[in-house]
Design a protein around this ligand. Structure first.
Ligand code: PLP
Length: 423
């Protein structure tokens, strides 16, 4: 492997990046990441160099089942053929333009995303935190220019245990020390209430409240599912008080919970705005958006907001392909059926350490009690060639690609059972 930067550049140019990368062992990859990268993640000790569907392989050729699916971003499976083909064909045309010009690809993406979400207009971004930031900006500007809230007094209500991303504004209204501490001072204008608590929502609303921003299911928070009917009631309370309802569907969206979006489990809970991303990028590229009702989206005027890469032709064709495949291949039904199959299997296990199985579609959480050391469980899963990590609340996450087969679901269940038995 190249040891000086000069040699690295020459090596790459003469042989190609992939040829140089192919020579790295797991040990090399770990050392490079730990030496030259900040330590803001604690990866599992595997170096994945290839993927295909839910299967991935390490540089040493060991095969694992990927139960994380990039935190739901890989819904189509690794290297999904139609998405890869779409990328290859776009490489003969144009990839990145910025929004300084019109683009047919971006135009069609905007229509596709409005059709898919049943909303009116979209603002394309790249990352999921940006999609949420965009919703926050839209809600505030709507508050000042439409609802007539006094300038700089807008309030947004959020929930404890939320996860909306890592920007300074967003971590400012996190209830998790790990995400927040030492990154202040935090911006004002957010109120935190308990998740799933309708009375707390009513009590928190003031004349200056512009929006309620919330995940329909708290995925990072431990796969926490609110009571049935809560989303509908939230919609009603928001309507009564002229407060915008913003669902962060970044992780729950795109068929993950057995519907195109989790709010669609309660059709009356249709939002004014949603933040979406992750699986929209087809497991290949970052593509996100804020999508909403025309009355809200139209508050943006030229210059109000933007992103250099947000709305680029390459990301657009990938997202169109990703959504088309989900619709035509029935990903919602698939996710509902396969998720039930996995959750039923988990529920049939006979281990006293299992506290609860929480699932909606292929968003499946296995919560263990205090008798199990989480690191030991992670290693038991690794020994069974399963890759997953715990979210908060000692809950192990199972969010594999929705393209997973029934046999692979059963295999996953068998391996989790063996891992639990080995503890
Ligand atoms: C992942 C996630 C985000 C933030 O995503 P980034 O890619 O880190 O910007 C926001 N909201 C939810 C619900 C998420 O799951």
């Amino acid at each position: 492997m190249a040891t000086t930067s000069k040699t690295l550049w020459e090596d790459v140019l003469s042989r190609g990046v992939q040829e140089v990368v192919a020579e790295l062992s797991t040990e090399d990859a770990v050392r490079l990441s730990e030496t030259y990268g900040t330590h803001n993640y604690k990866p599992l000790p595997v170096n994945v160099v290839r993927g295909d569907g839910v299967r991935v392989w390490t540089s040493e050729g060991e095969e694992y089942l990927d139960c994380i699916g990039a935190y739901s971003a890989v819904a189509h499976g690794h290297l999904s053929p139609f998405i890869m083909d779409t990328i290859r064909r776009q490489l003969d045309r144009v990839t990145v333009l910025s929004r300084a010009f019109y683009s047919s690809e971006v135009g069609l993406f905007l229509k596709a995303v409005c059709d898919f979400t049943e909303l009116d207009m979209a603002c394309p971004m790249n990352t999921e935190a940006e999609a949420n930031e965009t919703c926050i900006k839209l809600a505030r500007k709507w508050g000042y220019t439409v609802k007539n809230v006094p300038l700089d007094q807008a309030e947004i209500i959020v929930c404890s245990d939320n996860f909306h991303g890592r920007t300074t504004t967003i971590v400012g209204f996190s209830s998790e020390d790990k995400y927040k501490k030492h990154f202040g001072p935090y911006g004002p204008g957010f109120k935190i209430i308990p998740f799933g608590d309708l009375e707390a929502l009513k009590a928190a609303i003031t004349p200056n409240t512009v929006a309620f921003l919330c995940e329909p299911i708290q995925a990072e928070g431990g796969i926490l599912i609110p009571p049935d009917g809560w989303m509908t009631e939230v919609r009603r309370v928001c309507d009564e008080n002229r407060v915008l309802l913003i669902w962060d569907e970044v992780q729950t969206g795109f068929c993950r919970t057995g519907r195109r979006f989790a709010w669609m489990h309660e059709p009356a809970a249709k939002p004014d705005l949603i933040a979406i991303g992750k699986a929209m990028g087809g497991g290949a590229l970052p593509v996100s958006a804020a999508v909403g009702r025309r009355e809200v989206m139209e508050v943006f005027q030229p210059g109000d907001h933007g992103s250099t890469f947000g709305g680029n032709p390459l990301g657009s064709v990938v997202a169109i392909a990703a959504m088309a495949e989900m619709e035509v291949k029935g990903y919602s039904e698939r996710s509902a059926q396969l998720g039930d199959r996995l959750a039923d299997r988990f529920r049939a296990f006979n281990f006293s350490c299992i506290k609860e199985v929480r699932a909606r579609g292929l968003l499946v959480g296995l919560e263990l009690d205090e008798t199990v050391d989480s690191a030991a469980m992670t290693h038991a899963l690794l020994a069974q060639r399963l890759l997953t990590k715990e979210t908060r609340k000692r809950t192990f996450r199972f969010t594999p690609a929705i393209s997973i087969t029934e046999d692979q679901i059963d295999e996953m269940g068998d391996r989790v059972e063996r891992a639990l038995a080995s503890l």
